[in-house]
Design a protein around this ligand. Sequence first.
Ligand SMILES: *Cc1c(COP(=O)(O)O)cnc(C)c1O
Length: 489
Amino acid sequence: MSLTLEKITALEAAALQLEPGVRDRQNYLEVTHQVAEEFLEAMASNGKAYISDEGDGSALTNSPFEESGAEIQQLWDLYDAQVNHPGINPASGGHLGYIPGGGVYTAALGDFMAAVTNRYAGIFYGNPGAVRMENMLLRWCADLIGYPASAAGVLLSGGSIANLTCIVTAREAKGLKCANIPKSVIYLTEQVHHCVTKALRIAGLSEAQLRFVPMDEGYRMDTAALRSLLKTDLEQGLSPFLVVASAGTTDAGAVDPIPEIAALRDEYGFWLHLDAAYGGFFALCEEGRRLLPGMDLSDSIVMDPHKGMFLPYGLGLALVKEGRHLAAAHQFSANYMQDADSGGIDPMEMSPAELGPELTKHFRGLRMWLPMKLHGLGAFRACVEEKLWLARYFWEGLPALPHVERGPWPDLSVVLYRFCPPNWEPNDFNQRLMAACHRDGRVFLSSTTIEGQVYLRLACLSFRTHRDTIDLCFAMLKENLDLVLGLKN
Ligand SMILES: *Cc1c(COP(=O)(O)O)cnc(C)c1O
């Protein structure tokens, strides 16, 4: 045997370990299935939504990669102890902090199949079916919010990247060049998600003028104030470039008055971007559509299926009303891609790689398509509407707790509230209460600071949150209030 053949033979034998046989595959699946079942079962039988005292996962770092492999059960044991136990459990219905979502089980089957078949959904000719599937999902979302046939979109990893993609698209569509950035004005409110300001920096727009528009008592953009800012800026020779509105802010779930902002856009010609990462999918139900008027009037929009469609983390989307702007900002050509230009292209089907920053990408459409087909849309509609009513149920029930001060009636499914017992400094008290609730962990709540005041938040969006979860939340708050007030112990 030549040296070359000897080498190849030896390497092949070692490399073949990456191709487990049918019995090994079956064993992997059975063990993994068992671990997943134990996780789901433990969660259903009063598992905690937050565990603050079971380590920090450092045993993972202390378990180095080795030349030869390990047993799958051992690895899942390590995972279970180091990852599954400590910290927040976003899969739990008791996750009522930040913006939950949950992670429907059947999406995992979509991910499984996407990974096993490893189909490429980046360019139409590579896999027409995969691209059609992703485009069909985007078309469905565009229809949901009322965008016209000219719209185009792209599935991305989450709301942050989707906001960045839309902001870059706005920058290109408005022809912003370095020279005119300092004279371009961007309008937002203090309640805009921080990923937007981060995206502005990444997009090279740090030197644009930022205007924080005042808000009304419900933390919505005050359009009269916006109008006067626009007017002043124009008079000073500046050019209104972009307004970032929110359909559901993270802190308060507030919905900005989109139709009024769109009317100002028609007058002043800025790009109206709508961050509906949290709130967009409430449009699935009649009640939600009533609360979200004018989403179709935006120029671009972001929605997070890993929030409002309850999918596992890793799926956000950007839609642009005039899809050609999205394409203009992201199209490319490369010699090594020349085959992609030849033959079989359906002009109706744009390739995701030409509509977003990624080339080789996760076939993330499958994890959305499968649950939608399998469970039907009715389940999703009911689930988002249930969340609206659960937030109202919580808001209505709050006065039963002592010393409570409620924030505004929830526009969507986030409730702000705090407790102001006599002889306590409110921020101090609410921080202590938050810490006590975190130690408790039966449900997970988060807090925020608005205009210097600490508020507790309840954000209801997990598909596993039902009425019993809210009742448990009331019980937990009551017990921990008593604890902090010193009535107990
Ligand atoms: C969650 C959220 C984001 C960020 O999205 P990620 O998916 O976390 O990157 C942006 N805006 C709003 C309103 C959000 O709720």
